[in-house]
Design a protein around this ligand. Structure first.
Ligand code: MEV
Length: 432
């Protein structure tokens, strides 16, 4: 049983952290190191993955701590370059844990294949003809993806949508099981297009999945006791009310909603990337869903519950896979999936959504009180210290010094480093 509580993890050296992480995950340290060597993708393999390759590009791979979902602990993998995102999500997950963690659920993994027609002479007659042929069309769809059918998936349902002026779109809902499903769904769309045109008349158009995969949504809820939100001089009740107000701001203003949702995707995308999934698809789906009512809205909202707790609710489409795609070639992505410790694509989607809610809570708690710059600057100071040449124990010390002095710049970091090196007898090896 994995525990996601690893107190003091952030203070350890990289080597110690690898050892503790491997222990917590029940794997050998050598497995972790091998999976993440070369960022999980050696250049020669990358060369066989896409075109015109000249190298690879690495990002940090980290663990979100403290996360509990549906009564179980998870160490969520995150691949992200932005400082403070992992710390913020882990911190908020710890607060949410005090209210029993996240409750999450996922729809069946249904993807939508779109078959477009235009110039359809009689849209209602076409709809009747397509719906009347539903059994035949679903059989044809299944015949195009036999391996998916063997794994328990397949075509489930048709929907016909008239868009006006002779435009007609047929949706085929395909249960993709643990695959993200883009290839499967595109295969189905292409396999059915001619027959759908025969039935409906008109001209055949595009045959492709929809990234607004709103038949594959996940829902997450958490209820945080107000007392868990208190910090410094801020009382928990007060912080709760400020967060509710911040959430209302996002509901009233699309300019704020965009940033609010960016904060959610700060948590979702890193899990999506760490497990080899298509983050452009996830982003497209999330933002299209946020605009589904005609104005752009927050994906996660916060309210005061009857018992005074802060209640967060989020729903969004999340088309993720735990088989195929990047996982075939990327050792890091396979390791990310192992870290996530999920048994299905639905469970992975729920986990990514929980990290999204945690990120949103962390951002709102900071923004509604002290602002985010204080915390950001503390972490930013570390990158500045590294840019100034600090290594090892000097990174934290230099970062602390320039942050406390309110001078987070490379020049200030260089000066602080020189002073420290002077005091450690100028041992040049310390900056390597
Ligand atoms: C920064 O990456 C994300 C935030 O802007 C999110 C938000 O404003 O809610 C802090």
């Amino acid at each position: 049983m994995v525990t996601s509580r690893l107190p003091g993890f952030y203070k350890l050296t990289l080597e110690e952290r690898r050892r503790i992480a491997a222990e917590a995950l029940g794997v050998e340290v050598t497995e972790l190191e091998a999976a993440l060597a070369s960022g999980g993708l050696p250049a020669l393999r990358a060369d066989k993955t896409i075109e015109n390759v000249v190298g690879t590009y690495a990002m940090p791979f980290a663990l979100t701590l403290n996360l509990q979902m549906n009564g179980r602990d998870y160490l969520a993998p995150m691949v992200v370059e932005e400082p403070s995102v992992v710390a913020a999500a882990s911190n908020a997950a710890k607060i949410i844990r005090e209210g029993g963690g996240f409750l999450a659920e996922a729809d069946e993994p249904l993807m939508i294949a779109q078959i477009q027609l235009d110039g359809v002479p009689d849209a209602e007659a076409a709809r009747a003809a397509i719906e009347g042929a539903q059994d035949e069309l679903l059989r044809r769809a299944d015949a195009a993806v036999p391996n998916l059918v063997a794994r328990g998936g397949g075509a489930r349902e048709l929907e016909v949508r008239a868009l006006g002026d002779g435009w007609l779109v047929t949706h085929v809902l395909v249960d993709c099981r643990d695959a993200m499903g883009a290839n499967l769904v595109n295969t189905v769309a292409e396999a059915l297009s001619d027959r759908v045109r025969e039935l409906a008349g008109g001209r055949a158009g595009l045959r492709i999945l929809s990234n607004l995969s709103d038949r594959r949504n996940v829902r997450v809820r958490c209820a945080v006791p107000a007392s868990a939100l208190a910090f410094d001089d801020y009382a928990g009740d007060h912080v709760r009310d400020l967060i509710v107000r911040a959430s209302e701001f996002a509901s009233r203003d699309p300019y704020r909603a965009a940033t609010h949702n960016k904060g959610i995707m700060n948590g979702v995308d890193p899990v999506v990337i760490a497990t080899g999934n298509d983050w452009r698809a996830v982003e497209a789906g999330a933002h299209a869903y946020a605009a589904r009512n005609g104005s752009y809205e927050p994906l996660c909202t916060w309210r005061r519950g009857d018992d005074g707790a802060l209640v967060g609710d989020m729903e969004l489409p999340l088309a993720l896979g735990t088989v195929g795609g990047t996982l075939r070639v990327h050792d890091g992505a396979r390791f990310g999936l192992k870290v996530a410790g999920v048994e299905s694509a639905q469970e992975l989607a729920m986990l990514a959504a929980c990290v999204g809610v945690a990120s949103n809570l962390a951002a709102l708690r900071a923004l509604a009180t002290d602002g985010i710059q204080r915390g950001h600057m503390a972490l930013h100071a570390r990158s500045v210290a590294i840019a100034a040449g600090a290594r090892g124990e000097h990174v934290e010390a230099v970062a602390r010094e320039i942050h406390e002095a309110g001078q987070v710049s490379v020049e200030a970091a260089r000066a602080a480093l020189q002073r420290r090196l002077g005091s450690s007898a100028g041992d040049a090896r310390l900056v390597r």
